[in-house]
Every structure is written in structure tokens, then in C-alpha cells.
Design a protein around this ligand. Sequence first.
Ligand code: NAD
Length: 426
Amino acid sequence: MSNETEKKRTGMYENVMHEFNKAADKMNLDPGVRKILASTQNEIVVHFPVKMDDGSIEVFTGYRVQHNNALGPYKGGLRYHPTVDIDAAKALATWMTWKSAIAGLPYGGGKGGIQIDPSKYSKGELERITRRFTYALGDNIGPDYDIPAPDVNTNAQIMAWISDTYASAKSPANRSVNLHVVTGKPVVSGGLAGRDRATGFGVVTAIKKWAKKNNVDLNGKTYIVQGFGNVGYWAAHFLHKEGAKLIAVQDHTGSIANANGIDPEELSAYAKTNKGGVGGFEKAQKIENAEFWKTPCDILIPAALGNQITVDNANEIKATLIAEGANGPTDAAAEEIILKKGIHIIPDILCNSGGVIGSYFEWLQNKRAEIWKIEEVLEKLNDKIETAFDNVVSCAERYKTDYRTAAYIVALEKLEQVYKERGVFP
Ligand code: NAD
């Protein structure tokens, strides 16, 4: 691993703490509560063996970090990616605590995953890796304790395997309750209609709120997207419906651009035939990855990994708004540069909260043995994001601060109140 990669990876939790300390200072957070929230509650690391297709045995490392459960069960995704490590899991779990609080959900924050490149494994191997990881986590997850969900390189199929494994191991004769240990399941297996698009829909709901507040007409505005997976594609899909024009996309296979516009549906259909990658799309030109960040546009949506906007490219960005679909795409030093340039940021913990809100609806639907219609889901999702957006804006005005700091303050005020009401056991 190069030093550069190491620097970036250890930076993620440092960023969280930088943001946390900035907000805690601004609102004068109670010192005791500050100590509690500056720490995670549980950090679980498991090493587990899996039989490969050729009969050999590999040992994998998986993580689950539980940051805080003052507001409810731990909640957050599982990621399969080579950059998953304890630092990334801690950062992502901590962001989940703030995100759930801002969205007004009865959840705490958790996150985890396995340090693998899933493209290197067959479907059968991925199933066995997933099932054995679930088994290794054991009682560290549960439908009322810690409820994982999809994240980078994990999807409804992986959730179905986790659900089946957990329920089979936990209560073979009475599986139904334990099947709901995860959200983001396939719809027929207890998933929520619309959970697939919930995060991207929420990103665009937040953009629409920002546009209304700033008297911006989205029709004809240009946007670029980094990451064309679940979040990137659905955000592009919904922004396209507002009349905005997608002019550049970057993913792990390269960067493409077309000033006349790229149809998100055509690009998605192409990516499905190209192992999920946008590289080589014939209706756009290939551009260098560095050029992607320099593309003049109205809206930039990072929807891939963390620490993508750094001092290396922050000065080059020519957007009016950055709407953070990804978790932690902008590091602390880059944010300073961007805010100085007058570029607005809708921070991740507000902008991409549609995912956890959709997960909450799925959890409620499962608990009540109900099946919700997609129209109902999207309407409720819209209401929750609009309320969260309004709360963050009014906090930003109250404290005369940026939206990220305000979003943290909304979360921290809620958590501070809970700790003051309940006290600290014993
Ligand atoms: P995904 O696996 O569906 O897509 C990830 C995308 O990132 C892919 O298009 C991939 O090509 C791209 N990517 C990976 N490495 C890259 C690189 N080095 N450079 C450029 N692009 C790269 O994952 P997703 O679920 O869409 O998640 C994307 C981001 O959104 C993550 O930060 C995730 O934590 C966040 N998020 C996801 C959800 C959700 O519901 N899925 C909810 C909230 C936040």
C-alpha cells in the first residue's frame, strides 16, 4: 500500500472528528456528552474461513462498528471494498448516528463490511463469504439491535443471503422475525418497494429544496456525477426528470463526457452490459479522470467513495452546488477551499439520508406485517427529507454557520438532550 493511500484512508475518521469538534465548539456541547460521542461503543473485527470454488480455503476479515445507540438500534450499511478497514468503518458508523438523528429516526449508527474486491469472486464464493461473515457476526447484529443494509458493492441479493443465514442460525423453527435483521432486501423477501431508489431520490429532493431556496430553476441546468452505481444512477434518473442535463460521469472504469447530454437510462443499460462500468460508452467522449473535476457545471454529485474531493482537485471544481450522495466525499481541507469559493454544499449526512429513511420504512413495514405502495414510500420520504432540510437551514441561520456544521448541531442537540434526560447509568 502506498503512503498516499494510507494517508487518505486514515483521514476519514480524522475528518469526522474535525467536523464533530467544529460543531461541538460552535454549540458548546456538554463536555460529558462530547466525550461519549467522540468515541465508538463497539468495534467488532472477525476473521473467518471460506471454501473457494477450487477447493482451497481463504480467510477474510470483516468489520462492524457500532458508534452509538442512544436513539435506537444501530443502523448502517455493509460495504465490500478493498478500502474497508477499522478507520473507514468507524467514520461511516459515526456519520450514521448523526444521519439518523437529523432525519428524526429512532436509530443509532453502525457500519461495516469486508475488505475484498468482490469482482474477483464467483457468485457462489460471494454467497459463501456473505453467509460466513453473517455467521461470524452472530449476535452482534439483530432486528432490534443492529440492522445492516446495502452500501458500496452490496445489494438486495447480499441482504437476502444475510437475512436467510441469520434467521437459519438464530431460530430455525421460527424464522420470520429474524429475517428482518437487514433492510434493503429484495421486495418479495420483505423488502420495501422503492428502497433501491431511496437514496438517489433523497439526493434530488434535497437539491430541489436548495434550488427553491436559492431561486434556481433546475430545468436546463448541467450536472456531473462521480459513481454510477445505486446512488449515482438514481440521482441522475430523478435529476433528469427535472430537466437537468448530465454532462460527465466518472466511475472505477474511467471518465466520460458529452456537452450535449448523456441519457442516464441509456448509460445505465450500457453499464449493465459492461460489469457496471461506464467506461467505453459510445455516446460520450473519454476524458482523463482529472478533467472530470474541472468540468464547468451547475451541480456536482459525488456518489462513489470517501475523500474524493481533496486539496488536489478542490480548486479546480467549477460547480455552484455539491450535493453529497456519497459518505464523506469531501475532506476537511477541501471543504474550506470550496466554501471560500462560494460553492454551496449539501452535506452527506443530510443529502444521502434517503437511504436510511427508506430502510426505516422497510423496518416499520416488516414490524407491522404491512406492504407499502411505492407512491406512499416516495411521498413519505419526500416529507422526511424536506423536514430535515428545513431544520438544517434554520439551524445554519441560527448559528450563522455552514450547512455541514449546522447538520451536526441538529444531531448533537438531540443526542445531548437525550443524555441529559436519561443521565448516564448507573
Ligand atoms: P455502488 O456499489 O452501487 O456504486 C459505487 C460506485 O462507485 C460505482 O459506480 C463504482 O464504479 C464507483 N467507484 C468505485 N470506486 C471508484 C473510484 N475509485 N473512482 C470513481 N468511482 C468509483 O454503491 P452505492 O450504494 O451507490 O454507494 C455510493 C456511495 O453512496 C457510498 O459512499 C455509500 O456509502 C453512499 N450511500 C449509499 C447509500 C445506499 O442506499 N446505497 C445510502 C447512503 C449513502
